[in-house]
Design a protein around this ligand. Structure first.
Ligand SMILES: NC(=O)c1ccc[n+]([C@@H]2O[C@H](COP(=O)([O-])OP(=O)(O)OC[C@H]3O[C@@H](n4cnc5c(N)ncnc54)[C@H](O)[C@@H]3O)[C@@H](O)[C@H]2O)c1
Length: 343
């Protein structure tokens, strides 16, 4: 199948064969790109190569032309673009494993959303840091983020995404490669803003899920989305990001999809927590990475460092890590000191 790719053909190595890595591999192969997917789990590679199916992408067939390998050197070899598609907790180890095979100026695109708890780094910062530690040459890093559920991309449903890089030539190169009639790509210079949005919106999605799990309605969800983007913007602006980024696709767009969609594991995990399921059991039931839980510690620390108020983030933390009763926490949010929307 051809999804009418609109730019240059490229050789792409994808590191990570989970839900998002495989959905993108399928789309990029169907666009005519040469795609090789690597996973740290050899049995996963064998299974994907043999069945041409990914367990979380029902209805999607992986094209025969998509190559799979358990050898990271093969995925990196001659790649115009190297795509990091592992969950955020594995990004540093993956950068370490790839480091020996990275040439000067390699374009690396990260799609993992999160922040490293100890360093408070975003994912492209983690990759750059680890490559430097390993003595690898300097790469050119791009964050690719937006309202993009893999389940829908795998069915060629219309989707938009943001290619973020301070070097606009690189952002546009990635835009060219990923753009097709099913995927519309916008560029943005504000890579930190785009990455912050991607990490912190998962916490707000957990809050929206908790609210639904408690039996609260659409009014509460709309409030969480709207006030959620306000607190993410507040943090981003304090960190020097562009305010406009937060009302864009990677900000408000991704928050809406994550907080409302049945595909969102953060939203579903929150719902279980709201229904009284302990967090570890909720995560086990979801069976995939719940990035919002990993992003909590870093976001809380950044809020403290920049002196920014993030009441929804604090509320989720109190429930998930502090063992607070969700109804008491909501009461606390509703009883906060009176304020204006325009401050
Ligand atoms: N799924 C989506 O719709 C979607 C969309 C946009 C962004 N993302 C982001 O992409 C990232 C990956 O998400 P996903 O949905 O593919 O998650 P997933 O849970 O489906 O990914 C699991 C994959 O991680 C890899 N993995 C497991 N153990 C590993 C290890 N020890 N070392 C290295 N890799 C290992 C394996 O390939 C495994 O299949 C996340 O940060 C997520 O927020 C996901």
């Amino acid at each position: 199948m051809d999804n009418n790719h609109m730019g240059e053909r490229a050789k792409i190595g994808i590191l990570g064969a989970g839900t998002w890595g495989v959905a993108l591999a399928r789309m990029l192969t169907n666009s005519g790109h040469e795609v090789t997917v690597w996973s740290a789990l050899p049995e996963e590679i064998e299974q994907l190569a043999a069945t041409r199916r990914q367990k979380n992408l029902p209805g999607a067939v992986i094209p025969e032309a998509t190559r799979f390998t358990a050898d990271i050197a093969r995925a990196c070899d001659g790649a115009d673009i190297l795509l990091f598609a592992v969950p955020s907790v594995f990004v540093r180890a993956t950068a370490r494993a790839a480091a020996p095979y990275i040439p000067e100026g390699q374009i690396i695109v990260d799609v993992a959303k999160g922040m490293e708890p100890d360093t408070l780094m975003t994912m492209t910062q983690v990759i750059a840091d680890e490559l430097e530690k390993q003595g690898a040459p300097r790469a050119r890093l791009v964050a690719l983020s937006g309202p993009t559920h893999a389940e829908e991309v795998a069915l060629d449903l219309p989707t938009t995404i943001v290619s973020a890089c301070p070097d606009m030539d690189v952002a546009r190169r990635v835009q060219d490669v990923f753009m097709n009639t099913c995927m519309r790509v916008y560029t943005n210079e504000d890579i930190l803003g785009v990455e912050l949005c991607g990490a912190v919106k998962n916490i707000i999605a957990l809050a929206a899920g908790i609210s639904t799990g408690l039996g609260y309605g659409d009014n509460a969800k709309a409030a969480l989305i709207t006030r959620g983007i306000v607190e993410i913007t507040r943090l981003g602006v304090a960190m020097g990001c562009r305010e406009q980024t937060f009302s864009g696709l990677a900000g408000l767009g991704d928050l809406i999809v994550t907080a409302t969609s049945r595909h969102s594991r953060n939203n579903r995990c929150g719902m279980l927590i709201g229904q009284g399921v302990p967090t570890d059991q909720a995560v086990a039931q979801i069976g995939m990475v719940v990035e919002g839980l990993h992003a909590l510690a870093a976001t809380k620390q950044l809020a403290a460092r920049y002196g920014v108020e993030m009441p929804i983030t604090q509320a989720v933390d109190a429930i998930v890590n502090g063992g607070s009763d969700p109804r008491e926490v909501v009461l606390g949010l509703m009883s906060r000191e009176k304020t204006s929307e325009t401050v």
